[in-house]
Design a protein around this ligand. Structure first.
Ligand code: AGP
Length: 608
């Protein structure tokens, strides 16, 4: 997704903006640009490719100025090129705009403007914003932007400069995230907190159809109808160091290794061993309704959806609640007939995924109660749900979601345990569950200690072009998640399948040229998984088995084993996914992939 970062203050804008763009790189992009204003002079530079290319162009350029906007573009309209990179301007180069989102009526507007004699310099939808703001400008930049907001359909997070309005930036949002940062030497705005954490931990959120005017000494927020808004400042819990590599070669590996801590953080202050009942303060506002609810629909996309698929089995094991799991991108188009007191639980790391946001808005329209499990504090989904639980996992920079997945599973277990203990779950079962949860961080460390062994397996198999991941019940979603990890960062084709489905078709694929990752801990599905492994081995398929420590039976049957500690059946997914994450990581590394920024992917998919 595109990245936006702006600054107006007492410091030079250029270094602040370039650093901000680097913090946004993980969102995925194909070009970048910057515009710096000094007095009534605005200078713009743009480049294709990585930010280093833009820095190379700027290397011998002083580019003085205390006001500026900068952008990383993820092409939607118009190919990646310098002339399509943001900022875009009007014909007289007075207005400079950067934009994240899609202007859905841009064709109509563009045709009319061209008919009025305006010549476009790019193929982008964004450029219509620059021309409209220039036409609407009569000295008040905020008013010009406000008028433009009323003329366009679709989504935007935008930032605007005008050469005749020095030391001022106007930002506006509809459907794409934008946050204001308040620092000691000025004001910032960005599409993502990580672009600002080095300069401030004080932020103010802008809501949809709101506009803000930033100057060196102040900022103001108003609605599209020019009503002024007073909004509290919030403290960001992340630090600049959280967004650094800290010696790791890739953010993905750093975040895989953070999992003992992030699983611990997911439980911090939320478990009381004595009663075997978790405490989740974030759901207190809806507790009276939630504890009576017997119908839950979990929605999410990608890895968050797979976390929901595990969550369904966990809720079925611990509660009396009827649980469905739906892909958010499908759910929003369904004819939804919810039983009374239905709860929708949205899982989202970014809290900005367009499909998930659209799904909860549709569910709200149909009268459902909304819960969220979200990592980014103050994100759209966290603000549009009635209640929820934050992951408190720190920024997840790598495009491939890893630490958030195990954090989501931990919180889903806490939520199911809390509800179950108010239904039929005994004190003993509650205490047993909490003891097993408390053991997980150390157990994940034991799995991470096998990283070199897993790396050796990846070295042996990374040239195979097709992989199969198999699991049953709690670990069927892990088979799908493991396949997704491998696909999205190594570009190796992989399928995750319910092992019971093998005989219904996929077994035709088995051959010596297709490794199978068999997820076979000593849980209730163990014997069935042994049968699946035998089916594959009898057709000479290589098998990499993820097994419980001490399992000699499977060890003798397969080509490779990765051992994990023993735990409760419904907690095995948190342990077995770690080898899948590391297998994907090392295969991608041996293949020389851009691991933190895989091709075509973005960290937060804020367009549909
Ligand atoms: C996971 O590795 C992917 N990057 C992707 O599937 C991601 O999980 C999905 O886009 C949902 O993102 P969210 O959790 O921020 O909503």
């Amino acid at each position: 997704m595109c990245g936006i970062v702006c600054y107006v203050g007492t410091k030079q804008a250029k270094p602040i903006l370039l650093n901000g763009l680097k913090q946004l790189e993980y969102r995925g992009y194909d070009s970048a640009g910057i515009a710096i204003q000094r007095g009534t002079r605005v200078v713009r530079y743009r480049s294709v490719g990585k930010i280093e290319e833009l820095e190379r162009k700027l290397h011998d350029v002083t580019l003085p100025g205390n006001t500026g906007i900068a952008h990383t573009r993820w092409a939607t309209h118009g190919e990646p090129s310098e002339h399509n990179a943001h900022p875009h301007t009007d014909q007289e180069k007075k207005v400079f705009v950067i934009h994240n989102g899609i202007i859905e009526n841009f064709h109509t507007i563009k045709k009319k403007l061209e008919k009025d004699g305006i010549v476009f310099g790019s193929d982008t939808d964004t450029e219509v914003l620059a021309h409209l703001i220039a036409i609407n400008f009569d000295g008040d930049l905020a008013e010009a932007v406000r008028k433009t907001m009323a003329q366009v359909e679709g989504t935007f997070g935008m930032a605007v400069l005008h050469k005749n309005v020095p030391d001022q930036i106007v930002v506006a949002r509809r459907g794409s995230p934008l946050i204001i940062g308040i620092s000691e030497d000025g004001h910032l705005a960005a599409s993502d907190i990580s672009a600002m954490v080095r300069y401030t931990d004080k932020v103010v959120h802008i809501e949809d159809n709101e506009l803000a005017v930033l100057t060196r000494d102040d900022f103001s927020i108003s609605t599209a109808q020019a009503t002024l808004i007073k909004r509290d400042t919030e403290r960001v819990e992340w630090t600049a160091e959280d967004a650094e590599l800290n010696g790791f070669p890739h953010y993905m590996l750093k975040e895989i290794y953070e999992q003992p801590d992030t699983i611990r953080n997911a439980m911090r202050g939320r478990i009381e061993l004595g009663e075997g009942v978790p405490k989740l303060g974030g759901i207190v506002p809806v507790w009276d309704k939630l504890k009576e609810s017997r119908h839950l629909v979990i929605v999410g996309c990608g890895t968050s959806y797979y976390a929901g698929c595990v969550g369904r089995y966990i809720f079925e094991r611990l509660t009396e609640i009827d649980v469905e799991v739906e892909l958010a991108s499908e759910f929003r188009y369904r004819k939804l007939n919810f039983p009374p007191n239905t709860f929708i639980l949205a899982l989202s790391q970014s809290g900005e995924t367009a499909d998930t946001l659209a799904a909860i808005r549709e569910a709200k329209r149909k009268g459902a109660n909304l819960l969220g499990i979200v990592n980014v504090v103050g994100s759209s989904i966290s603000r549009e749900t009635d209640a929820g639980v934050y992951n408190h996992a720190g920024p997840e920079i790598g495009v491939a979601s890893t630490k958030i997945f195990t954090s989501q599973l931990t919180i889903l277990t806490l939520l199911a345990l809390l509800l179950g203990r108010h239904q039929n779950l005994s004190l003993t079962e509650g205490v047993t569950a909490i003891r097993a949860l408390q053991a997980l961080p150390e157990q994940v460390k034991q799995v991470l200690a096998q990283a070199h062994h897993i790396e050796a397996i990846a070295e042996k198999y990374h040239k195979y072009n097709n992989w199969l991941f198999l699991g049953r019940k709690y670990n069927f979603p892990i088979a799908m998640e493991g396949a997704l990890k491998l696909k999205e960062i190594s570009y190796i084709h992989a399928e995750g399948y319910a092992a019971g489905e093998m005989k219904h078709g996929p077994i035709a694929l088995v051959s010596p040229n297709m490794p199978t990752v068999a997820i076979a801990p000593m849980d209730e599905m163990y014997e069935k998984m042994i049968s699946n492994i035998q089916e594959i081995k009898s057709r000479r398929g290589p098998v990499i088995a993820i097994i419980s420590r001490g399992d000699e039976k499977i060890r003798e049957m397969v080509d490779e084993v990765i051992e994990i500690p023993c735990t409760l059946d419904y907690l095995y997914p948190i342990l077995v996914v770690v080898p899948c994450q590391l297998l994907a990581y090392y295969c991608a590394r041996f293949l020389g992939r851009d691991i933190d920024k895989p091709r075509n992917l973005a960290k937060s998919v804020t367009v549909e």
